[in-house]
Design a protein around this ligand. Structure first.
Ligand code: DC
Length: 237
């Protein structure tokens, strides 16, 4: 008999390795991985392409009017074993990651309540049949408050900055460690202080501080938690 599936919500600060863990967990459990940040990025891309961003400001009124014309979905590519974010059926995965303008404006886009509402609806629909690992900032607190397992990830900010710095260096980005650290502190502040659905630590979340853990060690820990929850869930049903 198949084990009963659960939902897993992973929230935490930027550059904590949330997506690395979420992808690994989904693979190990045979679950669907959903990167909620990519959905905010896809809407940011739509706003940029349609002239709704000028001088670092978003025309929120027009973007809200345009929301019914924006479809965000995911496609799985067998060949590369990767999931792609699609904006109105176009694969925009690379563009939402590499376009600096997207990274610069996405935080403002994510503060628009109507945008959040639309994405929450899609996220909840994807998770309704269970078997989902979703990462973001408000997944355990708002999107999937009933997720059987909630993980809140954190790590020392200097360690996070160093990891991000090395990643960017590998990509050939010309940036100093101090600039990475400053950017990270700003993003932590924005995420935890915004008015709508700020990043919070759900009371029932397991805390995973990965400052001194390898990706393999953190996966083992999270897998152990997931297996315990799957077992509990079977007993309850
Ligand atoms: O995880 P990320 O950097 O790709 O997220 C992009 C932006 O979207 C970032 O500003 C935080 C925001 N976000 C959010 O507000 N809620 C989520 N569930 C996920 C991301």
């Amino acid at each position: 008999m198949n084990a009963k599936k659960i939902n897993i919500a992973i929230d935490g600060y930027s550059s904590c390795g949330k997506s690395t863990l979420a992808k690994q967990l989904a693979k190990a459990l045979g679950y669907i991985y959903v990167d909620s940040g990519s959905m905010y990025r896809a809407i940011a891309l739509y706003a940029i392409r349609n002239g709704l961003v000028k001088n670092g400001k978003v025309d929120a009124k027009r973007l809200i009017e345009e929301l019914p014309n924006i479809d965000i979905s995911f496609q799985y590519d067998n060949y590369s074993d990767k999931i792609y974010t699609c904006l109105n059926n176009e694969n925009v995965e690379d563009e939402i990651r590499n376009n600096i303008a997207v990274s610069e404006i996405v935080s403002k886009i994510s503060q628009i309540p109507e945008v959040r509402q639309k994405l929450h609806h899609i996220q909840q629909r994807i998770a309704q049949n269970k078997g989902v690992v979703m990462d973001g900032r408000d997944i355990g607190s708002v999107v999937l408050p009933d997720a059987e397992l909630k993980i809140f990830m954190t790590a020392d900010k200097k360690i996070r900055a160093q990891r991000r710095f090395e990643e960017l260096k590998k990509k050939g980005v010309n940036i100093t460690l101090q600039e990475v650290l400053d950017n990270l502190e700003k993003r932590d502040y924005d995420d935890t202080h915004r008015k709508v659905n700020p990043l919070t630590q759900p009371q029932d979340a397991k805390i995973l501080d990965n400052s001194n853990l390898t990706p393999q060690e953190q996966l083992q820990l999270a897998l152990q938690w997931a297996k315990e929850k799957i077992k509990e869930n079977e007993v309850e049903c």
